[in-house]
Design a protein around this ligand. Structure first.
Ligand code: CTP
Ligand code: CA
Length: 229
């Protein structure tokens, strides 16, 4: 069956996709954030729905229009994202962590706006580590055979860093892309290599995020529990 007329190869499956970027509040008007647009995660969610899956899309701060046919959960921070992912993963056949999760959050939240002082000084902001959601769900699979997919944007030694990260996270697939001017953040296009825990590496040529999304599901499907191969 040719792609285009989409094969319903995710029918009967529940998949969870996280998208966007977490924001970690500092005070009522400020946060620590990142440049993730959420477009890749939305493309993954839409592609999975078109392939017949029940999709839970957990979005953080994307501002993108709600896609039809998916269950949408909105979160703000990494801690909220973790809670939503763990909950949705309980009966999921696959979990794809496309969201950019802040590695750190401010140790303290100031309930009033942080103000400048007259001495010309600047505050020091203490940070604490956020939970590593991908490592956690990879280590504690909610169901045997659940497929877990991570994403990694790297600026240097992209493949070498990706291979180390795949092992460190313990996921089944890691989509590695190089952060560049036209690529990744906010753009419509992406170029990547999908690294698998079994050692296979699948290059995905520069192209629309929708094409990368289809390739990710093409690689997930044969790894699903009970898949015919
Ligand atoms: N991730 C996560 N929880 C975190 C950080 C990252 O679940 N606290 C997930 C992301 O959603 C992504 C993958 O881990 O799927 C890789 O994110 P990345 O930032 O590249 O990995 P880190 O382990 O944070 O490594 P680095 O120090 O390079 O940022
Ligand atoms: Ca990180």
């Amino acid at each position: 069956l040719a792609r285009g007329v989409t094969a319903p190869d995710l029918a009967g499956r529940h998949v969870v996709v996280s998208a966007g970027g977490t924001r970690e509040p500092l005070d009522p008007v400020r946060y620590l954030g990142n440049r993730s647009s959420g477009k890749q995660g939305y493309a993954l969610a839409k592609a999975a729905a078109a392939r017949g899956a029940r999709v839970t899309l957990i979005e953080a701060n994307t501002g993108l229009p709600d896609p039809a046919g998916v269950d949408l959960v909105r979160v703000g921070t990494a801690v909220q994202l973790r809670e939503a992912v763990v909950k949705a993963a309980a009966d999921a056949d696959a979990v794809v962590m496309a969201a950019a999760v802040a590695d750190f959050r401010p140790a303290a939240y100031a309930s009033g706006k942080i103000k400048k002082t007259d001495d010309g000084g600047a505050p020091t902001i203490e940070l604490v580590r956020n939970p590593d959601i991908l490592a956690e769900i990879s280590a504690d699979r909610a169901l045997p055979g659940q497929v877990v997919v991570g994403f990694a944007a790297e600026t240097d030694d992209v493949l070498a860093n990706g291979r180390v990260k795949l092992r460190r996270k313990g996921c089944d697939l890691l989509v590695v892309n190089e952060v560049g001017e036209r690529k990744t953040f906010g753009s419509e296009e992406n170029e990547a290599v999908v690294l698998a825990a079994d050692g296979t590496e699948t290059p995905v040529p520069y192209g629309p995020k929708e094409a990368l999304a289809e390739t990710v599901w093409d690689l997930v499907v044969p790894r699903l529990r009970g898949a015919s191969g």
